[in-house]
Design a protein around this ligand. Structure first.
Ligand code: NDP
Length: 456
């Protein structure tokens, strides 16, 4: 593998980054994401002078529009709370803004700009016509009643509805925003607009949702890694897998990895992790997390073989011996030290289900040790790709079968892998899928921006 040097030496990109850092010194997650992309784009910027001439990079790092608003809501005791709501409409060069809504106390502009920036390239990689955006609120859904969630979601949409639309901006779920929250938001949008359109994705099936959307990110991650590993004479069959998280992505990654012949031995939540040497039963995971909305430690109550163990804390999960690691929880969950331990224990492949779960130090360790590395924006693009398939079905007033959607998802993930691998090869970094994904995602957006002119 010809890895790119992990430093920013191109003068043009250095200058844009310096200005950005001066303007937004506090936005560390955003700056980290920009740096990661800039390092990959150096060969492209050098080969294509029109990029600098048309200030493509300066335009790319500034969202087209950022909306911030207050979200007042009343709890069950009648107390009024105020949260902050956001929508970052980052880039619409290739289609309407598209990206999830995150509900989590850690949400701030830096995190949403990092996610929105990543989304531009990820959406471009899907091969479908969708631009990049992201939004959310610092509201914490944990411990809230159904009615409190509903009141919050309705208040959130009472402001957001005027900025979105099926051809403008189509939000979806993310951490803390699942089917229930999308339902309450969609209901409010419909009431306010008096129209039934595909303005949100991740809808319930009877209300225009797509079959296989729930499974898409986790399944897509496994399809992507399977295709990637095939080039290196590997597969999921007979492998031991560790998955962090136990939310939407983790549950379905666990199911697909198991169906592809792997044994998933660990999953986690933000309190701790389960190690089950006999193999995690994904049906129990679904029951605990999707139906009971319970903590992962209750997995022990369903483990009748009594082999599983629960450990407090999150980091320890990466000390478990595995062939394949699928981080599916949150950003920066694998640092350099955890990556070293994974490698020492024989891990051969890492596929990112979560967004930016590996720190730059961790990625450097994977590359130095020839670990196959499936970066988030390529490996977890199956969710947004299937959301775009939901948009297609909504506009055509059609519903495809589970098998049809799953087949399209598989084809898309296979294409994303090959487009990323080919882009890496074209610029002399064969085998570096991180660089290839950034370049393939960027070039399509860049060409559209050039074609659309400067003052669009
Ligand atoms: P969920 O809210 O369904 O699940 C998140 C899971 O991660 C939960 O099990 C949560 O535990 C756990 N978690 C959160 N923070 C930590 C932490 N610090 N350490 C360990 N575990 C933690 O979210 P999703 O599964 O939808 O999303 C997971 C990741 O995947 C995010 O990065 C998201 O942006 C990304 N993603 C999701 C897509 C989707 O379609 N859902 C699409 C593409 C990317 P707890 O319950 O304790 O909070």
């Amino acid at each position: 593998m010809a890895s790119i040097k992990n430093e920013l030496s191109n003068k043009y990109l250095q200058g844009v980054y310096r200005d950005l850092k001066k303007r937004y010194p506090e936005q560390k997650e955003f700056l980290e994401a920009v740096m990661e992309v800039f390092i990959s784009l150096q060969p492209v910027v050098e080969a294509r002078p029109e990029i600098q001439k048309n200030a493509i990079i300066e335009r790319l790092v500034e969202p087209e529009r950022t909306i911030m608003f207050r979200v007042p809501w009343m709890d069950d005791k009648g107390k009024v709370h105020v949260n902050r709501g956001y929508r970052v409409q980052f880039n619409s060069a290739i289609g309407p803004y598209k990206g999830g809504l995150r509900l989590h106390p850690s949400v701030n502009l830096s995190i949403l700009k990092f996610l929105g920036f990543e989304q531009i390239f990820k959406n471009s990689l899907t091969t479908l016509p969708i631009g990049g955006g992201k939004g959310g609120s610092d509201f914490d859904p944990k411990g809230k009643s159904d009615n409190e969630i509903m009141r919050f979601c309705q208040s959130f949409m009472t402001e957001l509805y005027r900025h979105i639309g099926p051809d403008t901006d189509v939000p979806a779920g993310d951490i803390g925003t699942g089917g229930r929250e999308i339902g309450y938001m969609y209901g409010q949008y419909k009431r306010l607009r008096n129209e039934f359109t595909g303005v949100l994705t991740g809808k319930a099936i009877p209300a225009g949702g797509s079959l296989a959307r729930t499974e898409a990110t986790g399944f897509g991650l496994c399809y992507f890694m399977q295709e990637y590993m095939k080039d290196y004479k590997m597969s999921f069959k007979g492998k031991t897998v560790v998955i962090s998280g136990s939310g939407n992505v983790a549950i379905y990654a666990c199911q697909k990895a198991t169906e592809l012949g792997a044994k998933v031995v660990a999953v986690s939540d933000s309190n701790g992790y389960i190690y089950d040497p006999a193999g995690i039963d994904y049906r129990n995971l679904q029951l605990i997390k999707e139906q009971k909305r319970d903590r992962i430690k209750t997995y022990l109550n369903y483990d009748f073989g009594k082999k599983a163990q629960y450990f407090e804390g999150c980091k320890g999960i990466w000390t478990i011996k595995c062939d394949i690691a699928l981080p599916c929880a949150t950003q920066n969950e694998i640092d350099g030290e955890s990556a070293e331990i994974l490698v020492k224990n024989g891990c051969k492949a890492v596929g990112e289900g979560a967004n930016m779960p590996s720190t730059p130090e961790a990625i450097a360790v994977y590359k130095a040790n020839k670990v196959l590395f499936g970066p988030a924006k390529a490996a977890n693009a199956g969710g947004v790709a299937t959301s775009a398939l939901e948009m297609c079905q909504n506009s055509a007033r059609l519903s495809w079968t589970f098998e049809e959607v799953d087949k399209k998802l598989n084809d898309i993930m296979v294409t994303i892998y090959h487009n990323s691998a080919n882009a890496a090869k074209k610029y002399g970094f064969e085998g570096d899928i991180q660089v290839g994904a950034n370049i393939a995602g960027f070039e399509k957006v860049c060409d559209a921006m050039l074609w659309e002119g400067i003052s669009y």
